[in-house]
Ligand binder design. Structure first.
Ligand code: TYC
Length: 102
């Protein structure tokens, strides 16, 4: 502002803000009717968990009510929830799967 050029100039640097997309926790909820083996199968099939990891998470849900089974972009999380809800409905199990912004 001291150089009497009427403040005309060229901005030489711009901020490169790389905003990461929000992530979503996908959770499964306990209920009294869905068979344990079905929940284990769902976790193996849709969340690329090993059998042992799936058993551990299923038992955590059975005891505590719910657990996070994975964290994904919005689109992937929506797909996982839909896949679980669809398979559970087709087998007439009341299993619930939901997503929540992290
Ligand atoms: N509580 C169920 C039973 O005793 C098992 C179960 C576990 C159901 C986890 C849902 O998300 C769930 N058969």
């Amino acid at each position: 502002d001291d150089d009497d050029d009427n403040d005309v100039g060229v901005k030489l640097e711009t901020r490169t803000k790389t905003k990461r997309p929000p992530l979503y926790k996908v959770m499964i909820l306990n209920d009294d009717y869905t068979p344990m083996e079905f929940v284990v199968h769902v976790l193996e099939r849709f969340f690329s968990l090993t059998h042992d990891q799936s058993v551990d998470i299923m038992m955590a849900v059975h005891k505590k009510g719910l657990a996070v089974v994975g964290v994904f972009s919005h689109e992937i999380a929506e797909t996982k929830v839909a896949q679980v809800m669809d398979l559970a409905a087709r087998h007439q199990h009341p299993l619930q799967c939901t997503m929540e912004k992290e």
